[in-house]
Design a binder for this molecule. Sequence first.
Ligand code: SF4
Length: 689
Amino acid sequence: AAMRQARIERTKTVCTYCGVGCSFEVWTKDRQILRIQPTSQAPVNGISTCIKGKFGWDFVNSEERLTKPLIRQGDRFVEATWEEALTLIASRLKEIKDMHGPNSIGYISSSKCSNEENYVFQKFARAVMGSNNVDNCSRYCQSPATAGLMRTVGIGGDSGTIRDIAAAELVMVVGANPAESHPVLATRVKRAHKLHGQKLIVVDLRKHELGRRADVFLRPKPGTDLIWVSAVTKYILDQGWEDREFLNGRVNGVREYEASLDKYTLAYAEEKTGLSQNELIRIATMIHEAQSVCILWAMGVTQHMGATDTSTAISNLLLMTGNYGRPGTGAYPLRGHNNVQGACDFGTMPAWFPGYEAVQDEKIRAKYEKAWGVSLPPDPGYNNHQMIEGIHKGELKAMYLFGEEMALVDSNANHVHEAFNKLDFFVVQDIFFTKTAQFADVVLPAAPSLEKDGTFVNTERRIQRFYKVFEPLGDSRPDWMIIQDVANRLGAGWNYTHPSEIMAEAASLAVVFAGVSYERLDNWNSLVWPVLENGQDTPLLFTEKFGFPDGKAKLIPVDWTPPFEPGPEYDLHLNNGRLLEHFHEGNMTYRSKGITKKVPSEWLEVSPELARERGISSGARVRLMSPYGQVEVRVEVTDRVWGNELYLTMNSPDVDSAVNMLTSSYHDRITHTPAYKEMNVKMEVLEPK
Ligand code: SF4
């Protein structure tokens, strides 16, 4: 027994799934994962995990892992050496850049990969290839929240930490399902609500677990959040309940904003949102009576055409009531992937260098030009959406993508697939042969987090270290090494030998990471950015200043954008989102035995009344059709949804049942985040069961 014991390794890691950022020890023997052991030292989760963090790791040893580079030959892929694959990539990228210019290539980074990998990728796009055409999957989720916060409070991240959410007197959850999407965060809210008298308001189309627990649950008409949020704000103002001292001392634009609220009367809101005036007054009163309010939101708000404006309206409400800068207050757009926050923070965005320093700002650009020894493009590049449209227009000829299942997760999948087919050259780097890889010319085998060192940033802006547990499987390699090799073949001359050197470079350049270092992040230590040079971090933002030069916040008037509706024959509204057990397209969780055994596939939720009307029951199979495509799915009848409201889990491993076969290319006007939640469909019964 003693000998057996000696061979067990314990290594700290950070969860590879959601943005809560749980950390724990992985106990291993050779390549076998014996257990996931949470510990009280973990800053976010302590001894908690959810099913994904606890059981979702088998994929690392899956037989389906990519272990060799692949090169397309006609309709098939053949194994190649790294030398062959890298030589081909460098020569094709150079050819295309020389022939069509630097902006003819697009770069998609990964929110599952580390900060250091995202940093080197944006550096590769900008400094080596001369383009700002670099983006990440925050474009599919929280970009509108970031934009709404940037224009009101000047910093796009969560205002405080999960501790602040737990400490709030009132938590309002809008268009989010934390019990499934951010489970450990949700347990904090459940505990505070049950044991400490925290009040909970949930506003959603679907009565999910937190909805059932809430003191007030409201179900507005789809796409009308801006209206009820603004009407509640106006009612608060009409009652004289606004925080006048806070507004006078800390906020600009108050008078113009107050005047802009005129149209948001309770009667108007009732008509447009379907919420009664009494319900709206009740929310306003609860906000007024609470000493501290946090508002949490996610894709139910941000995946709409008016999403940046709705996020702005939420921030306006918090400003009007003085709910920023104190413990237990603030705005919490909940981040989806484990490192979607970090991908943005470390600069894989078309308009931002790391730390949200603008590429258009001459002084900032000069700083990076000096550090990197090159001249840099002055204008923002294409985002994900513009890249797909750019391919269709013939402007974008090649793409380099890593760790992102864009063929399944971008909206209007047929349109995306047609674009991929038009590319002259496509590099996909991943741990599996994904649906996206099927369109590639070269596929490179990458290593998951357990096979490399690095850091992630969770939804709280908390930077945490993860450590290598295993060597990369087969010939697979960490993404940062692959990107460095491609860069060096194109003349970069980089020589990073460890991710800590990449972090040191990022910290020397981006002001908000000034005091970040691997020494300070050792083991269970973490830092919440902004981090001063002396290592002092900032768990709670805005205690003294907002993120603008004069230190004051801004109230921004906003208008409602009605949701897209394809026509009367599409008579059912289709909502979509996560489920607890699987993560996104499921490339990792469907390869984890325990999880797949429990939940083998996705499903469509149908209300009891609609099921009766259409003569179907749980287990039925139906076809859903939109103007953009169709899917066939299994039905579950549940009172989580009402009337003509459908809910399709987005975790489909299969193109034929993926929700994005149905969604459109309509998007938020400001950030181009797809309006995934604005879709009406018709339903045909295939098997009533
Ligand atoms: Fe991982 Fe999120 Fe679950 Fe924590 S709550 S274990 S970070 S999936």
